[in-house]
Design a protein around this ligand. Structure first.
Ligand code: ADP
Ligand code: MG
Length: 684
């Protein structure tokens, strides 16, 4: 068995089990070992029963006091009752449907239980805890990994698979020089992986986590450095500034901030070095027109430009807008998305290659295809934070034009990226902030309500509709890896839609949009809503970013407590885009107060909210980790400044030392890492 062996090489894994793992993207032994635990259980910390606080999770060691009894609940479920004690108190343990335990639990023997302990009237109680017999010949492990599971997998199966795969680490080559590891106290590669899965104690675990994070961050930074170097040496085709025909013909006047951004971009583009500029502006600040002006200039200079969006829905919307803006000026535009037919795509690609299409709008999927441009001059990415590292590097590759030439890059994001992070991610990136909203916008009233208030909410929405408004209703969330079919987001959205259509919103034209629909269905639903043919759009979070229907003025978000702050802010940004007074209703379904919802109620400032989000949850959300399943880093945190500094030193140490070959080897590792980062495996 080696790292690249198929999973069936692991003892105990046959074809059937391998399939379950494959569904999670785990195909090889290496995939398995690179799936890091989501968390750990520390079972080595034994608490005397009497010291347990009611309702908390503990590890306790007890002696069985009498033969377990088997019975049935009044609903007919089989149960097994075990009586036990430690030196401080008795405990009654109930297991459901685990009859086989009756033969295994013997009076006088010792067991370790791990689970929630209830302190009842008659002593301690526990229901279905994990139970392990304490036997002198096989000592128990204190720290148990908890893996991210998929359908049909359970912790025991996962744990034993990993256990049996660990021998494959033997002989795996180390890629960091020994003295570097010594200087920075980094475990060897194999030791790191081994201890991530099988730490003997907390100290070992911390050491392994730090080593893993260090390695990951170092490699990540080396990879980015390489990208940056390629960029720094590059030249770009300068574009001659021209009078815009687009801006004077808009139904509105650009804000001061928009005008400034366009001016800066015009200056950047006039230089023979590639522009790398981030335009950062809160939801609704009007980034699209800035992109359109840049694309106009690019086309005016006889070069091709491309505008990329993270979702098909947004790409389609942008496609229409850009066409409406630029086609009247004689600029040929086109849309290219993954959902188009092969024939359509081929046609667009041909027209791109000949240079006939001057401005292309598309999803990142276009980058994965064999798209070639006749003369690419400018790449614009909207909602940049939603693109993963992999997509970013693909983007950079696309903008490399050969012979040291590079296209200009403009990235747009509503999510402010803290300076420390942007330095790592982009190096020296020029930033323009759109710190001004278009005139005439009214503040959005944000209400936090409970499911009990729903009737009243529906009534208020109906009133808004009767006054000409429109509403988004964001469906209740379903658990991400929900097993049951009826729990799938598609089903949930459809059920909710029908419920509303037959109930509160009977007679109101409604639309439904979710991720499982065909691109045509999605486009139709969006179009109907944008044109006002439907008044209510029931949606999953697919409309989260970028969607612009200025007439929509209410957004109702079910289970708002399940969303992150940045996501809520983005969702809320779907309204308040026109002159109508807008409302955002956050339904807290948890029955508990939720701090995040209060932040939303208090602030509409994206920068403030992003900061609060970063503090609460770390940087994951900045990179769309949760939403898109694309993860930048699995073990390292981009807010871990001490570790970032350490890896900075390590880079200085490493770069002069290593020869070309080693550097390439490291970069191969880096590319692998970046690829793996895309498979959404996490370690907390
Ligand atoms: P975002 O920054 O969220 O991408 P958009 O570019 O989608 O924002 O713009 C939001 C809305 O504001 C759009 O309907 C757009 O037409 C409008 N808009 C943009 N700039 C202005 C402006 N200067 N004055 C009035 N409305 C504007
Ligand atoms: Mg936008």
């Amino acid at each position: 068995m080696e790292l690249h062996s198929p999973l069936t090489a692991v003892k105990g894994i046959g074809e059937a089990k391998a399939k379950l793992f494959a569904a999670k993207g785990i195909h090889t032994v290496e995939d398995l070992l690179m799936t890091f635990p989501r968390s750990y259980q520390n079972r080595g910390n034994i608490t005397p029963l009497r010291e347990c606080t009611d309702g908390e999770v503990y590890s306790v060691v007890v002696r069985c006091t009498k033969l377990p009894t088997v019975g049935k609940t009044y609903t007919g479920i089989e149960l097994l009752r075990m009586n036990a004690e430690d030196d401080t108190a008795p405990i009654t343990v109930t297991f459901f449907g685990k009859r086989f335990l009756a033969q295994k639990i013997k009076p006088g023997r010792y067991y370790r239980l791990y689970g929630r302990i209830q302190m009842g009237l008659f002593g301690a109680e526990a229901t279905s805890p994990d139970i392990e017999p304490i036997l002198p010949e096989s000592p128990l492990r204190d720290i148990l990994p908890v893996y991210p599971l998929g359908e049909g997998l359970n912790q025991n199966l996962f744990r034993s698979a990993v256990e049996n795969a660990l021998p494959a680490l033997k002989g795996v080559a180390e890629y960091l020089p020994e003295d570097l590891r010594k200087t920075f106290h980094i475990l060897s590669y194999t030791e790191t992986l081994y201890k991530i899965h099988r730490p003997a104690n907390m100290e070992e675990l911390e050491q392994a986590k730090r080593s893993a994070a260090f390695r990951e961050l170092l490699i990540f930074r080396l990879a980015l450095r390489k990208m940056r170097h390629a960029k720094e040496d590059a030249t770009a085709v300068p574009m001659v500034p021209m009078e815009s025909k687009l801006l004077p013909n808009l139904p509105f006047k650009p804000t001061g901030a928009q005008a400034k951004a366009i001016r800066q971009i015009t200056e950047d583009l006039a230089k023979p070095i590639p522009m790398t500029r981030l335009v950062q502006g809160d939801v609704g600040s009007g980034k699209t027109i800035v992109a359109a002006a840049a694309l106009e200039l690019c086309a005016g200079n006889g070069m091709q430009g491309v505008l990329l969006a993270p979702t098909e829905i947004l790409a389609t919307q942008h496609g229409e807008k850009i066409a409406a803006y630029l086609e009247p000026l004689g600029i040929t535009t086109a849309l290219l998305t993954g959902g188009m037919t092969k024939k359509q795509k081929t046609m667009v690609k041909e027209r791109l290659a000949t240079g006939e299409i001057q401005v292309l709008v598309g999803t990142h999927a276009v980058l994965q295809e064999d798209v070639s441009f006749a003369s690419l001059g400018l790449v614009v990415t909207d909602e940049q934070h939603r693109f993963g590292v992999r997509q970013r590097s693909a983007l950079l590759e696309k903008s490399e034009l050969g012979a040291g030439k590079r296209a200009h890059m403009l990235v747009m994001s509503a999510t402010p990226i803290p300076r420390s992070l942007s330095l790592i991610l982009y190096g020296d990136l020029d930033v323009t902030v759109l710190d001004e909203l278009p005139p005439g916008r009214q503040t959005i009233d944000t209400l936090v309500l409970t499911p009990k208030d729903r009737k009243g909410i529906y009534g208020s929405i109906l009133r808004q509709i009767s006054q000409g408004g429109q509403a988004y209703i964001i469906c209740p969330l379903v658990e991400e890896n929900a097993l049951a079919e009826e729990k799938s987001p598609k089903k949930a959205a459809e059920t909710y839609f029908r419920e509303l259509q037959c109930g509160a919103f009977a007679g109101i034209p409604m639309g439904l949009i979710h991720g499982k629909q065909s691109p045509a269905q999605k486009a139709q639903a969006m179009e109907d809503f944008a044109a006002g043919r439907t008044k209510v759009l029931v949606s999953t979070t697919v409309i989260e970013v970028g969607v612009d229907v200025p007439n929509a003025n209410v957004i109702l978000i079910e289970n708002a407590e399940c969303f992150g702050l940045s996501q809520l802010h983005q969702l809320r940004g779907r309204v308040g885009r026109g002159s109508r007074k807008s409302f955002c209703v956050l339904v807290n379904g948890s029955g508990k107060p939720c701090e995040r919802l209060n932040v939303m109620k208090e602030s509409s400032d994206g920068f403030f909210i992003a900061k609060a989000d970063l503090e609460q949850r770390g940087p994951g959300d900045f990179f769309g980790e949760r939403q898109s399943g694309e993860l930048v880093l699995r073990t390292a945190s981009l807010t871990d400044m001490p570790l970032i500094e350490e890896t900075g030193k390590a880079m200085e140490y490493l770069l002069p030392e290593i020869g070309h070959e080693k550097y390439i080897a490291l970069n191969k590792q880096a590319i692998r890492m970046v690829k793996q980062a895309g498979s959404g495996k996490t370690l907390n």
